[in-house]
Design a protein around this ligand. Structure first.
Ligand SMILES: [Zn+2]
Ligand SMILES: [Zn+2]
Length: 244
């Protein structure tokens, strides 16, 4: 079992589990209400997160903000407390995925049509002994432009935009503590770009990140980083792309 990590007085996270492709789940505590970032991959992922919050005497989140549509961030959505918030593009995709049938045969067929990937299905099978239990739902609240939330002493901007990882990224910026939550946004795209970076999308992402005044950078599958390290890493990836 993972333990909740305290990043500041208002920000906590449950670390991810690589073998299960479990992403980091974040919690931001306001004086009026709290929110979570990402729903996780399954019911027990949500339950373990909530148990940790309860152990620390914290309220369950009023909203769970979804960073992008991929299964490891969204299949826990039916089990979260309160309401979910996602971008319009994420919701369009979730509505599509909610129609998918969950049998090993249907999953194999989706790999052949390119709708889904073998890598994802392997991970899904590790998490779900019985894939027929999978339940995919769209979010309750949908946003298509920059949206602010005031949690009480905590101001968040939710910023939907393209990323190098998926078209439907939702970035979360915590103004007072200068934190930027990005989910998997700065990774490669496995669906549209064959697991590589697209030059134009990477350049656009770098410019976006450069333009935000943040100090701490929070990822879907890795430990917190900062602006300097992030830009150094992404600029290196960009240089590699243009020198090829
Ligand atoms: Zn992803
Ligand atoms: Zn992920």
């Amino acid at each position: 079992m993972m333990k909740l990590v305290k990043l500041s007085d208002k920000v906590f996270y449950l670390p991810g589990v690589e073998e299960l492709d479990r992403p980091f789940l974040y919690y931001i505590k306001g004086s009026n209400y709290s929110i979570a970032i990402d729903a996780g991959s399954c019911k027990s992922h949500v339950q373990e997160f909530y148990q940790e919050l309860k152990n620390e005497g914290m309220k369950l989140p009023k909203y769970t903000i979804i960073t992008h549509w991929h299964w490891d961030h969204t299949f826990g959505m039916p089990y979260v407390h309160g309401k979910t918030i996602a971008s319009e593009l994420t919701n369009n995709k979730l509505k599509e995925v909610s129609q998918w049938k969950w049998t090993l045969k249907e999953m194999k067929m989706r790999e052949q049509t390119g709708e889904d990937m073998a890598f994802c299905n392997e991970c899904i099978c590790k998490v779900y002994k019985d894939v027929s239990q999978i339940c995919v739902i769209p979010s309750y609240i949908e946003i298509d432009s920059i949206t602010q939330l005031d949690l009480g002493g905590v101001t968040l901007s939710l910023i939907p935009r393209d990323s190098t990882h998926s078209r439907d990224a939702l970035f979360v910026y915590f103004h007072e503590e200068k934190m930027l939550f990005v989910g998997d946004a700065d990774c490669e795209d496995h669906y549209e770009e064959n697991g590589t970076y697209n030059k134009k999308r990477l350049r656009s992402l770098i410019a976006f990140i450069e333009g935000i005044d943040f100090e701490i950078y929070l990822l879907g599958h890795d430990l917190p980083s900062n602006k300097e390290e992030t830009l150094e890493y992404l600029n290196k990836k960009y240089q590699e792309l243009i020198s090829n």
